[in-house]
Design a binder for this molecule. Structure first.
Ligand code: NDP
Length: 485
């Protein structure tokens, strides 16, 4: 069976302890590969390798780092089909989505940051007194050193590279951990890094569990910053451990995102995009619009059309071109989602469509599939509407006024993303500005421009990724003040 090994100091190697964990294919429920079960000894080796690589890598001209990163881009694009297939097998997402979204975005992340790092500028300020220039200040932005990147299972290579690319582009060296649930494409990428000639130790990928690999990354004194994407509970734990060491932290956490549909919306567009926002990637995107609020005059019509349209989604083998909704990433997550459907029922919810496991005959008979589920008749403040389910489950509710829907939308502990559908320009801007959310989409969903800051408010996290924000995160600013008169 294929073994997924660590990438440390430029080599692929097993964990020091020599143990492996099972890696499952969600669409079949079967073990299909083995993943290195690393621990703090592997992290120690990785940190030493990253420290050794830092002086030369950080001193390398940005243009030369650009060349290396662009070779990685070309190799990801060359292997697009193989990577997309691997992502699908490992995660349960459809191959079509991996081909269209995940893998192209991994290449874009490297391309974007390879280029951006060449344009990162330092500021300077003149200090004047009595009309004369007294001092010249300039700000040096220096790469932090060794940094840690920890990413989740839902968009495996997409989010892994979203952290690694800015870190290495700006001159840091990295110890990174992909989710143990979806390690395959990170492993494939480590081979591409070797092929691309990335100097040994610049990127070190250590596989294994959160407690045995993630926690030692966070606890390591020589790792200067942690860029983490994952659940809010894990984020809390990381913040608690990292804060006493004064580490820089970027935490991209959970969401429970409102999708607000006013009666004056472009109806067909809102209908189509609401379905995509709720069920793309089996609803396993932190940005998914899982709470749908529809203005009363169009509520019944929208609800019925939405339910009919969701009923047309085909749940099936992620390999099939005509599958819309693939498998749930793990048995544990499948059970969690089903428990929330049961909770919704207890809370008085009415399941309009879905609500059950989907049984797919053939190769995927043992896989973890759930029918896309729409639930109504729930109060805005019940647990189903406040806790992150992170699966193909959306609730739908009518509202009467702008004030009311804003209060409901903002009532959760999360504040990651929100969507607003209206043709009323003033209302669109007014509502967008009052939503407690790091990202607001108006008349669209998941339209991303990599130059824009990305991140959440409240329990959805701290810090911003994207654009120059990520490059700044991985640098320390130093002010140099030179007296000139
Ligand atoms: P987790 O928080 O469980 O895991 C995220 C990563 O952290 C994994 O690599 C995990 O390892 C690791 N980890 C687990 N425990 C620790 C620990 N104590 N110390 C350090 N690292 C640890 O999240 P999921 O993988 O379940 O991902 C789903 C969550 O991610 C959802 O809440 C979703 O909203 C959020 N998310 C947020 C995004 C955003 O941009 N805000 C984007 C995408 C997802 P292992 O997998 O091996 O346990």
């Amino acid at each position: 069976m294929q073994r997924i090994d660590n990438y440390i100091a430029g080599d692929l190697r097993p964990a020091v302890g020599g143990e492996y964990l099972d890696n499952y294919e969600p669409a079949t429920g079967a073990v299909y590969s083995l993943i290195a079960d690393s621990d703090e000894r592997d992290i120690e080796t990785a940190v030493i390798a990253a420290q050794a690589a830092f002086p030369a890598w950080s001193a390398m001209p940005a243009e030369e780092r650009f060349e290396v990163l662009m070779r990685i881009v070309s190799l990801i694009e060359r292997d697009l089909d193989a990577l997309a297939l691997a992502e699908s097998v490992d995660n349960g997402k459809t191959v079509a989505l991996a081909k269209r979204l995940d893998i192209p975005r991994a290449a874009s992340n490297f391309r974007f940051y390879a280029t951006a790092a060449m344009h990162l500028a330092n500021e300077s300020h003149e200090t004047t007194q009595a009309g004369a220039v007294q001092a010249l200040n300039y700000t040096l932005r220096q790469p932090l050193g060794v940094v840690g990147c920890i990413s989740p299972w839902n968009l495996p290579l997409y989010l892994f590279t979203w952290k690694i690319a800015p870190a290495i582009a700006v001159g840091c060296t990295v110890v990174a951990k992909p989710s143990e649930v979806t390690p395959m494409t990170a492993f494939m990428m480590s081979k591409l890094c070797i092929e691309a000639g990335l100097p040994p130790g610049v990127l070190n990928i250590v596989h294994g569990t959160g407690p045995k690999v993630g926690a030692p990354i966070v606890a390591h004194r020589d790792i200067k910053a942690i860029s983490f994407t994952g659940g809010t509970k894990t984020g809390e734990d990381i913040a608690r451990k990292a804060a006493p060491m004064f580490k820089k932290l970027s935490l991209e956490l959970g969401g429970k995102n409102p999708n607000i549909i006013f009666a004056d919306c472009d109806y067909e567009k809102a209908l189509d995009e609401t379905r995509r926002a709720a069920f793309a990637n089996q609803g396993e995107i932190c940005l998914c619009g899982s709470r749908i609020f529809v203005e009363r005059p169009i509520y019944e019509r929208f609800r019925d059309d939405f339910v009919a349209s969701v009923g047309e989604l085909k749940v099936g083998d992620p390999m099939s071109e005509d599958t819309d909704v693939g498998a749930i990433v793990s048995k544990q997550h499948f059970d969690k989602i089903m428990s929330y459907i049961a909770l919704a029922d207890e809370e008085g919810g009415r399941i309009l469509t879905g609500g059950r496991p989907a049984h797919i005959e053939g190769r995927t008979a043992g896989g973890w599939f759930i029918e896309p589920t729409v639930i109504e008749n729930l109060k805005h403040d019940c647990r189903t509407n406040h806790e992150e389910i992170f699966g193909p489950v959306a609730t739908i509710m009518p509202f009467d006024t702008e004030e009311e829907v804003l209060e409901w939308a903002n009532s959760v502990r999360y504040g990651l993303a929100a969507t607003v559908w209206t043709e009323n320009l003033s209302r669109a801007h007014r509502v967008a500005s009052r939503l407690e959310s790091g990202v607001v989409w108006v008349n669209c969903w998941l339209l991303r421009d990599l130059r824009t800051p990305f991140g959440g408010v409240k329990d959805s996290g701290v810090g911003r990724e994207g654009g120059f924000e990520a490059l700044r995160f991985f640098t320390e600013e130093k002010n140099v003040c030179v007296r000139i008169s």
